[in-house]
Design a binder for this molecule. Sequence first.
Ligand code: FMN
Length: 163
Amino acid sequence: MTQQDDFKKALGNYPTGVTVVTTVDQENNPVGLTVNSFASVSLDPLLILWSIDKRSKSLSDFTKSKKFAVNILASDQEKLCFLFSSKEVDRFGQCEWQRSESQLPILANVASVLECETVQEIEAGDHVILIGQVHRIVNANKAPLLYHQRSVGGIPKTFYQAT
Ligand SMILES: Cc1cc2nc3c(=O)[nH]c(=O)nc-3n(C[C@H](O)[C@H](O)[C@H](O)COP(=O)(O)O)c2cc1C
């Protein structure tokens, strides 16, 4: 076991929710990926953070657009979790979504949505931490999708993909 394996195992003991963070590219096309590094930061002002892998195809879209929406998945949306973490697929062609007033892609039937403006970017190892100020919040009365020990909503991640 390497130290990285121990690290992954330890973090697997810390359950999280699952989000799909979305933005638009420079042609206003929708972009998004599955994210569980989302966390609350501050109440005054309202700030949240998440981190994006520097190898992510959409990193430059997020740093250029300076805005994003955090779509917090509901307990029955594990397929969206796998869709938005799969490579070489038409992610937005295979799900229901619409644009918000600020043009951000919002997925249908999620538990909550937080629309944010990027206020800080911090380079951290192989990721970039994006801190967002929250400008719009939508809440539905739904149970969240949970992720821990490589299992999403009780379904092993390896069942869908080998990442
Ligand atoms: C449950 C789960 C959580 C994930 N969390 C993150 C994350 O916090 N940050 C990240 O950069 N990638 C995360 N990923 C991986 C990305 O979703 C995946 O690499 C995706 O294909 C990246 O898409 P892109 O290269 O089109 O941006 C996660 C994947 C899963 C299944």
